[in-house]
Design a protein around this ligand. Structure first.
Ligand SMILES: [Zn+2]
Length: 422
């Protein structure tokens, strides 16, 4: 987007700061805004009035008096816009509509194979979005976000050679959705959205975090000082294809050999489970295979909870390998928190226990001191919630507000002008 003229900087920086301080709960009254922002009283008063005119803030009930005049409480009006947010998985879609606080108003989890390609998948997405918007026409749509299970060039919103998304390489997902919805669209890797959702749910505690998604594949999202770090092209965190084995026999679905996910990802365990069935090593898996004709990562996760010995050993070995890679990353990046989630294998204590041991026994004492290792708290909603945060934070930035506030709402503004952070 074009930078706004320098004379406007103070105005929109102040407007964005005022809205953000109220939205995040750090300030609830005009005097509190003065105390935490260093902005002058007149500027605060004018920017608050502007935010109220825009419908972003509202005067709520009167706050307790501290001797002088009572201060009116300010509240962020999260209901003044909607975000449509979707995460495409290998075998399912999560779609949701949220308010501007990323609170989910309605959510659907639908079985869907991403291998059906972009046209069919986005048409299905349109159908779900239309149903989610039905009955909400009084609130304008502000943005759409989509997470995909593969590398995304963040500046263009196009998948880049995604191993499990045939037909999607270079597809203009953003252009297709922007044309239809006439609002800004962000497309990101699913692990990044999971990381952002988790970081915002945890608050300041998780400002330096790595979120590791262990589902069918393996990926990671990096949060640094509260922001997602995507690297120069958007490929940061793609640890699933780090080579961990100097063995050319183990083929990965990316076409290379010895990748972490070819040994420890859900699809690799499902592959090994079929071999285990043929070798007669698990009655539980044999039953699953006979009944469904296949074995999924979720079946293996269920096997762990049922106490199946083969599943427990396989998942423990997977956790050990992932933990070993994470120990290297802990030494390199020194995060405050490692969060695991995003799939059937991370469910339950045993996985985290093995990870914890593998990470702590291999990382440097200083890097591991105070390190929190835990499971995700948001479950399958994490990605859609993260997507909503991504869009709303971008639209409430000073640059974006300079572009849309003259029109009163991001709806109807040329979407390209609002794609900040891209
Ligand atoms: Zn690979």
């Amino acid at each position: 987007m074009t930078r706004r003229p320098p004379t406007a900087v103070d105005h929109f920086d102040a407007l964005s700061a005022v809205v953000d301080l109220v939205r995040s709960g750090r300030a609830r009254t005009r005097p509190e805004l003065g105390a935490v922002s260093m902005l002058g009283r007149t500027v605060i008063s004018q920017r608050v009035d502007q935010a109220i005119d825009l419908g972003l803030l509202e005067d709520a009930e009167t706050g307790p008096s501290s001797g002088g005049r009572p201060s009116r409480q300010l509240r962020f009006n999260a209901g003044c816009g909607l975000v449509l947010t979707a995460v495409l998985g290998a075998a399912a879609l999560d779609v949701a509509v949220t308010d501007l606080d990323a609170r989910v108003q309605e959510h659907r989890h639908v079985e869907w194979s991403i291998a059906r390609g972009p046209e069919e998948t986005l048409a299905a997405l349109d159908g779900h979005f239309a149903e989610l918007l039905a009955g909400r026409s009084d609130v304008p749509l502000w943005a759409v976000t989509v997470g995909v299970p593969g590398p995304v060039e963040f500046s263009t919103g196009r998948p880049s050679q995604p191993p499990i998304m045939p037909g999607w390489d270079g597809f203009d997902i953003r252009g297709r959705l922007q044309q239809r919805y006439r609002v800004p669209v962000w497309v990101d890797n699913d692990a990044n959205l999971l990381a952002l959702g988790e970081a915002r749910a945890a608050g300041a505690a998780d400002e330096d975090m790595i979120f590791v998604k262990v589902g069918t594949g393996i990926g990671a999202g990096i949060v640094n000082e509260g922001r997602i770090r995507r690297g120069s092209k958007g490929a940061a965190g793609d640890i699933g294809h780090a080579r961990v084995l100097e063995d050319n026999q183990v083929m990965c679905r990316c076409g290379r050999t010895g990748c972490l996910e070819a040994l420890a990802g859900g699809w690799a365990l499902a592959r090994d489970a079929v071999t285990a069935v043929h070798e007669g090593r698990s009655r539980y898996l044999a039953d699953v295979h006979r009944e469904h004709g296949e074995i999924t990562p979720a079946d293996i996760g269920r096997g762990v909870t049922l106490g199946d010995a083969w599943c427990m050993t396989a998942v423990a070995r997977s956790a050990e390998r992932i933990g070993s890679v994470m120990a290297t990353l802990v030494n390199f990046y020194n995060p405050a928190c490692l969060v695991f989630g995003g799939g059937a294998l991370t469910v339950g204590e045993p996985f985290l226990r093995v990870i914890e041991h593998a990470v702590r026994s291999r990382s440097l004492p200083l890097a591991a001191s105070g390190l929190v290792i835990r499971g995700s708290g948001l479950g399958e909603l994490g990605g859609v919630v993260g997507g909503a945060h991504l869009a709303v934070e971008a639209l409430l930035s000073a640059d974006a507000m300079a572009a849309w506030t003259p029109q009163g709402s991001p709806a109807g503004v040329e979407p390209g002008r609002l794609l900040v952070g891209v």
